[in-house]
Design a protein around this ligand. Structure first.
Ligand code: AMP
Length: 177
């Protein structure tokens, strides 16, 4: 695995544990020489994650749409930054550049990306591993709802095991590697 795609909040969220998880993932990536591809933001968990990879001499590719490429949003110190036309192009480039995906706590943007990447796996559009990185049970209601879609006959998610849940970024990466 050369590069992990990560979706996470452009805000910090309300708990110290979210930032700690982002920092730990960043360090774990750099220590294993696995690159990061993410949304290119400087704020919130996105910024914390990117800074942690960079501080540990890792490689970070940011992909940001033109309309978000403002000084208060974009991270200017990344290994490389690609400015793309719109959100669709960003998602496509992020998905193509990653060998696997991790989802950290986040808001609507993160949910959108998590659902889409799981749905694309469900549609067999890719076979890349997906892991929800959980802390303090942030993803438990989401997982419960995903199970509901299977239980109520609207998906085969239960049988297919299209995503996993982990709490330890290092262990997750070791499994992926
Ligand atoms: P959210 O979870 O709503 O904070 O959105 C974060 C996700 O949506 C990230 O994975 C990004 O790909 C995208 N995104 C939303 N807001 C921004 C932003 N200000 N800068 C960069 N990416 C963002």
């Amino acid at each position: 695995m050369k590069r992990l795609g990560v979706f996470c909040g452009s805000r910090d969220g309300g708990r110290e544990s979210y930032g700690s998880l982002a920092r730990e993932l960043g360090k774990s990536l750099a220590c294993r020489s696995v690159g990061l591809v993410y949304g290119g933001g400087r704020a919130g968990l996105m910024g914390t994650l990117a800074n942690s990879v960079l501080e540990n001499n890792g490689d970070v590719l940011g992909v940001i749409p033109k309309f978000l490429c403002r000084p208060e949003v974009v991270h200017k110190g990344l290994t490389s930054l690609k400015v793309v036309k719109d959100m669709h192009e960003r998602k496509r480039l992020m998905y193509d550049s990653a060998d696997a995906f991790a989802v950290l706590p986040g808001g609507l943007g993160t949910l959108d990306e998590a659902v889409e990447i799981i749905n694309w796996a469900h549609l067999s559009l890719h076979q890349k591993p997906i892991c929800l990185l959980d802390v303090d049970g942030y993803w438990s209601l989401f997982c419960e709802f995903l199970s509901t879609t299977g239980r109520e006959g609207f998906s085969d998610l239960g049988d297919k095991g299209l995503y996993s849940v982990a709490e330890d970024p290092g262990q997750m990466l070791d499994l992926l590697l």
